[in-house]
Design a protein around this ligand. Sequence first.
Ligand code: ZN
Length: 128
Amino acid sequence: MVMNMQCQATKKDGKPCSAKAMQGKKQCFMHSPACKQRRLIAQRNGGLARKHTKCYISEEIKLESPKDIQKLIEVTLNSLLKGKMPAKSPASHVAYLSNTWLSAYEKGELVERIDRLEGLVQKAINEN
Ligand SMILES: [Zn+2]
C-alpha cells in the first residue's frame, strides 16, 4: 500500500501545509497547480451550495394533517419554481411533489369523509 506523503507546500502564514499530498503528487488538492481549474470549480460550486443552504420558510412547519403536508408541498413547489431552491432536475421534482400533494389531498378528503360519517353515526346513536 502506498502512503500519501505530506503536502510540500507552505501556507500563507509560512507554516507547512499539514494536508496529505494527493496520490503520486507532492501537493494536496488545495496547493497543486495542476488542480487550479478543478479547485476553482469546486470553490464556485461550494459557494453556490452555500448560497442555497438558506432558510426557505420564516417559521417552523407543524405536520399534523394531510392539509399541513399539502401546505408544505405548496411552499416547496413555489420555492422550486421561483428558482429559490437548488434542483438538478426541477421538472422531476415538480412531478414528484405534485404527486405527493395529490396523495395528501386524497388522504385529507378521506379523513374528512370519515369524520363526517363518524359524526352521523354518533348522532344516530345519540338519537336512539
Ligand atoms: Zn497543501
